[in-house]
Design a protein around this ligand. Structure first.
Ligand SMILES: [Zn+2]
Length: 614
């Protein structure tokens, strides 16, 4: 475990905060500090960590005994000790000359130590011991205490802490209700939208790419804020100990929803009218099923072969490009699962989102404001990874110079590397990789074998079996639009199907009429496998030439499932042709009018060039 910084090792704490934690997919060693089932007695059961948890240990902050305040400062305790021992005042002195009562909350390792003896001695000078005077607690509980993120709940200060403070179990149930609904409806994101000026605020859910506002999740603004504050405390790897309405914050929350392990990736920020928290939801079970790129995700057969060839057989990098919610993470994990078991597979993420079977997942977390820059965990990981003999490394997302540096290191060494980045297309990904933030030099990007494949993908809703075709489709879409599609893509429009606004039993969901007629989503993807001419355009930042050269690579019509030389919109039009995607959904990528205008400009440029040469 050489991955922890010296400071953390000295603290005896390796469970969160900045630095690197190791989670191994597929092995029983990784058991997250789950808050437990809501409300029920299960919530009081401590969650064992790597087999060392015991029933006599406090596993979550909710199970702590009542206390008035912590006594770290009274004893002038060193920060490193605060991670393992927490003295608390259980009851304040009744009178000025009286003595209050204390208790110690501590880790099992510290129970019989000399340090504990000394702390007990000092405490007895001023207070009387409570019964019992010692409580064993799990490492994550000690960390929450030391960060000050546990609100005292007992003693005479009780009312002062907050009249009308809501019980923790009710707040968790509130969150759990939203989580269960989201899980049942297959939502990808939970949007908690706090409106300061309104008595009520709404949770909206992203389902199949639509944002919907179920009426049952409109709640008192105060309740929403308390719920968020309570849920924040369950976070791992958060940048701050306490939920803030002002600062941008991120963390991940592991929970059991309806008996299923789920991880919520939290990003929150103050808005002009209140506060917005977006939680991306992932089921956390280690996925053992080998995902089929074609049947499960919607890639073309030709694209699946390209992905396999570049990730299984070649060294060097594959870059997945897309906006938030484009399914990049799902694709990345599908790729990892498809890699053979003999490979030493590693994933470095901030934070870990999905666990892939047989992959070592390393969670890297750091503060949003870059406060721990001088000991950036990516640098520690970079040093360490090389000593661990990997065959394949995934770097979760390139967001800054440090993460890009790690990817450059791995792909440049000829290892199989995979990463994700936000960019508007596969062809513009090199611009993003070489910009002022990520700083991978164009000369490196232009090196053959450094990046073998750029994949840009988006997710579009699939038309349900109740979709409208034939005369209904033609009437709804209109003759102009149909003629435009024929003119631009030269395929038979008879197979087009539209979403049925009435829906059917398969696609209708209670109180969510916006989703009628859509069921599930499908990937639409452009893939760019740079050849030597492409690399020279990338080196010289010749984007227009690069795009024109790609167009020249297309050899088949838009009604053929092959993406060579096609843009993501052109790939989506194949799915329109095949009746899988409603053309109005495809137009959310680019409108047909905008596409046509661009085609005409390109044509004019080509004609012009020919004229000059003639
Ligand atoms: Zn339907």
């Amino acid at each position: 475990m050489g991955l922890f910084s010296k400071r953390e090792r000295a603290d005896g704490f390796t469970g969160g905060g900045s630095g690197v934690t190791v989670l191994t997919g597929g092995a029983a060693a990784f058991v997250p500090g789950t808050p437990g089932a809501p409300g029920g007695p299960a919530a009081a059961t401590p969650v064992p960590r790597a087999g060392d948890g015991r029933a006599d240990e406090i596993g979550t902050v909710d199970d702590l005994p009542e206390f008035v305040r912590t006594l770290y400062d009274e004893l002038d305790m060193a920060p490193s000790l605060r991670h393992v021992i927490c003295p608390v005042l259980v009851e304040a002195a009744a009178s000025a000359g009286g003595r209050g009562r204390f208790a110690l909350i501590l880790t099992r390792d510290m129970a019989n130590s000399d340090v504990t003896e000394e702390i007990l001695r000092q405490l007895r000078l001023r207070f009387d011991p409570d019964t019992p005077a010692m409580h064993l607690a799990a490492a994550q509980v000690m960390v929450a205490l030391s960060r000050g993120s546990v609100e005292p709940t007992g003693g005479s200060d009780k009312l002062a802490v907050g009249a009308g403070r809501r019980p923790a179990s009710a707040l968790w149930q509130n969150f759990d209700a939203v989580g269960r609904f989201a899980l049942r409806e297959g939502a990808s994101d939970l949007h908690w939208e706090v409106e300061d000026q309104s008595g009520y605020s709404q949770v909206r859910l992203a389902i199949d790419g639509y944002l919907v506002a179920p009426p049952e999740f409109r709640m008192e603004t105060g309740v929403m804020l308390d719920t968020l504050s309570h849920v924040w405390q369950k976070g791992k790897g958060g940048s701050q100990g306490v939920f803030s309405r002002v600062l941008p914050q991120q963390t991940s929350i592991r929970a059991k929803i309806d008996g299923q392990p789920v991880v919520f990736r939290w990003a929150s920020m103050q808005s002009a009218t209140g506060h917005v928290t977006v939680m991306r939801m992932h089921r956390e079970e280690v996925e053992t099923k080998r995902v089929n790129f074609v049947h499960d995700l919607g890639y073309f057969e030709q694209q699946a072969q390209l992905l396999d060839r570049n990730t299984m057989q070649l060294g060097g990098g594959t870059v997945l490009v897309g906006v938030v919610g484009s399914g990049k993470t799902t694709t990345a994990h599908a790729i990892m699962q498809r890699l053979p078991a003999w490979m030493n597979k590693m994933a470095i993420e901030d934070p870990v989102e999905l666990l892939a079977e047989g992959t070592h997942h390393f969670s890297v977390s750091r503060t949003l404001d870059g406060a721990n820059r001088d000991e950036d965990p990516f640098i520690a990981a970079k040093r360490q990874i090389k000593r661990m003999n990997p065959h394949f490394v995934m770097v979760g997302e390139l967001r800054d110079h440090e993460s890009a540096g790690l990817f450059r290191d791995v792909a440049g060494a000829g290892l199989r590397a995979l990463t994700t980045v936000h960019a508007p297309s596969a062809l513009t990904a090199p611009d993003r990789l070489s910009d002022g933030e990520l700083r991978i030099p164009r000369s490196v990007l232009a090196t053959p074998g450094f990046v073998n494949l750029y994949v840009y993908q988006a997710l579009l809703p699939k038309t349900c079996t109740c979709g409208l075709g034939g005369a209904d489709m033609k009437r709804m879409l209109g003759a102009d639009k149909l003629r435009q599609i024929e003119r631009l893509f030269q395929f038979d429009v008879e197979g087009i199907r539209l979403r049925n606004p009435q829906g059917c039993d398969l696609c209708r969901r209670p109180n969510l009429p916006d989703l009628n007629g859509a069921r599930g989503r499908t990937v639409v993807t452009e893939m760019f496998e740079p050849d030597e001419l492409d690399l020279s355009f990338i080196r010289d930042a010749k984007n227009i030439e690069l795009a024109a050269y790609q167009r020249s690579k297309r050899q088949v019509g838009f009604d053929v499932p092959d993406s060579t030389g096609k843009t993501v919109f052109e790939v989506a039009l194949y799915k329109v042709f095949a009746g899988i995607v409603d053309p109005r959904e495809a137009e959310k990528l680019t409108s047909l009018d905008a596409y046509e205008a661009r085609r005409q400009r390109e044509l004019a440029r080509a004609t012009n060039t020919m004229g000059i040469h003639a």
